[in-house]
Design a protein around this ligand. Structure first.
Ligand code: SF4
Length: 290
């Protein structure tokens, strides 16, 4: 496949066929996110995307998963997404799941009926970045959305039968807001009812506005032990009422966790507490990446 610029996908879409339905991110303003700096946002036409799907059909004997990028491809209206999903299913009848990146706002702008139509057309999972359960942290990183808006969007998609995978970023509150970030993130995980939660760890990109805050001392990052303490607080506050698969398998993380809340909470917490006294359980800095 040929792609326009760098292409990103969630860890669990590593084996998927990636198709760019949009280029860049329509928001492109979060202070910590360098992923789409080099791109001017635009929606691709159906014909452009369909040409990619047909090329991929010629190049791949079997495709079990398809993932629509870039950063918030779900910003396309249901009217534009439905023909894409139908074309993908027609060309790849063996495909078991179609996923997409989105912002909570993209979900909120769709009616319940539209979300159910997208599900019926094959959309199985939406990946969104919540980043933090703290409204103040989201304000500081210019997320452009509140935790309440994100929780409401996750519930609407899950109620429509589309699984949602929500990412939070360890360390995003820095030292000043560590406790608030951790407690509110844990509470949000417990309340929003997402099928999946992924934890990443803040990696500061040179040239980002958060890197400028780091240089001036306005933002003070967490060290390895504080990150583990934060993880403990997140898990302690995550009172999930329905099963939620939680993973910290992203390359940016120091400690790899996998389990299902609420059942595995005690095991995950004991893993975290072991890492507080045994640094050999942590991934060394040189092996971390975005
Ligand atoms: S974090 Fe998500 S919404 Fe924010 S700029 Fe990056 S891709 Fe866009």
């Amino acid at each position: 496949m040929r792609y326009e610029g760098s292409v990103y996908r969630p860890p669990s879409e590593a084996g998927s066929l990636i198709i760019q339905a949009t280029i860049g991110c329509s928001h492109n303003a979060c202070t910590f996110c360098p992923m789409y700096w080099d791109k001017k946002f635009r929606a691709r036409s159906f014909d452009e995307i369909y040409a990619d799907l047909r090329r991929a059909r010629r190049e791949n004997a079997r495709v079990e998963r398809i993932f629509f990028a870039d950063g918030d491809a779900l910003c396309l209206s249901a009217e534009r997404l439905l023909p894409l999903l139908e074309a993908a299913k027609a060309l790849f009848p063996e495909c078991a799941r179609i996923g997409i990146y989105g912002r909570a706002d993209n979900i909120r702008r769709k009616s319940g009926g539209e979300l159910r139509s997208l599900r019926d057309a094959g959309l199985g999972i939406i990946y969104i970045g919540a980043e933090s359960g703290s409204a103040e942290v989201l304000r500081r990183v210019n997320k452009g959305e509140t935790p309440e808006e994100i929780t409401a969007a996750v519930r609407r998609a899950e109620n429509a039968g589309i699984a949602v995978s929500v990412t939070f970023i360890s360390g995003l509150g820095g030292r000043a807001l560590m406790e608030e970030h951790a407690v509110m993130t844990g509470k949000q995980i417990g309340e929003m009812g997402a099928s999946f939660v992924g934890l990443m760890t803040l990696m500061i990109a040179p040239g980002s506005s958060i890197s400028e805050d780091l240089r001036t001392g306005k933002f003070q990052p967490l060290d390895a032990q504080a990150l583990i303490r934060e993880l403990e607080l997140i898990l302690t506050n995550a009172d999930c009422k329905k099963d939620c698969v939680i993973r910290s398998n992203h390359a940016s993380n120091r400690l790899v966790l996998r389990g299902t809340l609420p059942g595995d909470r005690a095991r995950l917490l004991s893993q975290v507490r072991r890492a507080m006294t045994d640094e050999t359980l942590l991934r060394p800095d040189r092996y971390r990446g975005l």
